[in-house]
Design a protein around this ligand. Structure first.
Ligand code: NAD
Ligand code: ZN
Ligand code: ZN
Length: 390
């Protein structure tokens, strides 16, 4: 089959690889109908997530048709149309029983490696490094899905791929980012990053009762899309000082909650902090550039919540712990516990509370994945979210 493979820093190729096979009784094989490129894939593409190997199959956001099931699979059958959550979860362990699916204790065969980096392991994730399980991803014609009775959700044919595909990751992720803010009526929520994740975080903050949502980025096309489809106000940080603008917009108090949807490759307007982070990241003395996270902490009102969705690889520097501690802030974070949100969000899509397809800017055949990665990385023109069709 054809699959999008990581072939080194800034390089992916669509290559011929062996078809996946059922390895465990609870596996299913999916023929992928739609898959997408995520900001998290860019961290792999850019070479910042350790333990990638040349030839690894990328992709953790995908959906399609079940073409084979292992003998222990009870809930799925051949022909079912399913969306697959990106964290691989067993459904049985302590974490899964507490609905903390992205930290499942049974799905990462390389847990020892993750423990070295992080103290404890997380769940395995499709197409997301050997430290997170070494699983083949779904930017391919077919994918093997372990624990097939736990993750995939069946979807009816009257909903389009574009409407349900983002249940695999970024819609639940944006929703969890807002859910972690414990929003109460009247709240103002600020969101760093007008990428697809930030856009869904903004839309979700309104769904959960925020009165005002303010989204920060520098790409006009993304800010326009965000205003048009979520109703949020926006700040272009190349035209205004974000911290000052947020203070002015909230009568000096700061937003009640700040969602950071940028992650480890945060852009920084030029200046000494930018040079510091870039040098440290390039020399591997700091793994992540956390500018947006620092800003989210400094901006948040006293006693408020900072909710981090952006992915981090390891260690950040110049972290404003004094601000966090002295001002009674709460910091929440996590890879999304997608399985927890699937059913309620599918219901919301069906009811018309949200139509996630607004994030899509491009459709491409899988063969054009290398071009898609380049466009998505550089945010060319209108590029917002690219759907690949194997
Ligand atoms: P993306 O690259 O499309 O969007 C990121 C946006 O952040 C860009 O528009 C960029 O211009 C903006 N940005 C960069 N520096 C900024 C700054 N200093 N201030 C404000 N905005 C800034 O990526 P995406 O797909 O939207 O993903 C965003 C982040 O969410 C990534 O780190 C990704 O890995 C992470 N993510 C996390 C989860 C999870 O489960 N927690 C799931 C999916 C994605
Ligand atoms: Zn993703
Ligand atoms: Zn588990």
């Amino acid at each position: 089959m054809k699959a999008t493979c990581w072939t080194g820093r800034n390089s992916v190729d669509v290559l011929d690889v062996p078809d996946p096979k059922i390895l465990n009784a609870s596996d299913a094989i999916i023929r992928v109908s739609s898959t997408t490129i995520c900001g998290s894939d860019l961290h792999l593409y850019d070479g910042y997530i350790p333990t990638m190997k040349k030839g690894d199959i990328l992709g953790h956001e995908f959906m399609g048709e079940v073409v084979e099931v292992g003998p222990a699979v009870r809930k799925l059958k051949v022909g079912d149309r399913v969306v697959v959550p990106f964290p691989i979860a067993c459904g049985q362990c302590w974490a899964c029983r507490h609905e903390l699916y992205s930290v499942c204790e049974n799905s990462n065969p390389n847990a020892g490696l993750a423990e070295k980096f992080m103290g404890h392991s997380t769940a395995g994730i499709f197409g997301y490094s050997h430290m997170l399980g070494g699983y083949a991803g779904g930017q391919a014609e077919y994918a093997r899905v372990p624990f097939a009775d736990v993750g995939p959700i069946k979807v009816e044919d009257d909903l389009t791929d574009e409407q349900v595909l983002f249940l695999s990751d970024i819609l639940p992720t944006g929703y969890m980012g807002a859910d972690n803010c414990d929003i109460t009526p009247g709240d103002t929520v600020a969101v760093w990053g007008a990428g697809p994740v930030g856009q869904f975080a903004a839309a979700s903050a309104y769904l959960l009762g925020a009165e005002r949502v303010i989204v920060i980025d520098r790409f006009p096309a993304r800010l326009d899309r965000t205003r048009e489809h979520t109703g949020a106000e926006t700040i272009n940080y190349e035209e205004a000082d974000t911290l000052k603008a947020l203070r002015d917009m909230t009568a000096g108090r700061g937003p009640d909650a700040c969602i950071e949807a940028v992650g480890m490759e945060s852009h920084h307007p030029t200046g000494p902090v930018n040079a510091y982070d870039r040098t440290k990241q390039a020399t591997r003395t700091e793994t992540d550039r956390p500018h947006a996270l620092r800003e989210a902490i400094l901006a948040c009102r006293n006693g408020g919540t900072v909710s981090t969705l952006g992915v981090y690889g390891g260690l950040v520097d110049k972290f404003p712990m004094g601000s966090l501690m002295n001002r009674s802030l709460t910091l929440r974070a996590g890879q999304c516990h997608v399985q927890h949100y699937l059913r309620p969000l599918l219901d919301r899509i069906r009811k018309g509370d949200i139509d996630p397809s607004f994030v899509v800017s491009h459709h491409m055949p899988l063969a054009e994945a290398p071009k898609g990665y380049e466009m998505f990385k550089n945010k060319r023109g209108e590029t917002n979210k690219i759907v690949l069709h194997p």
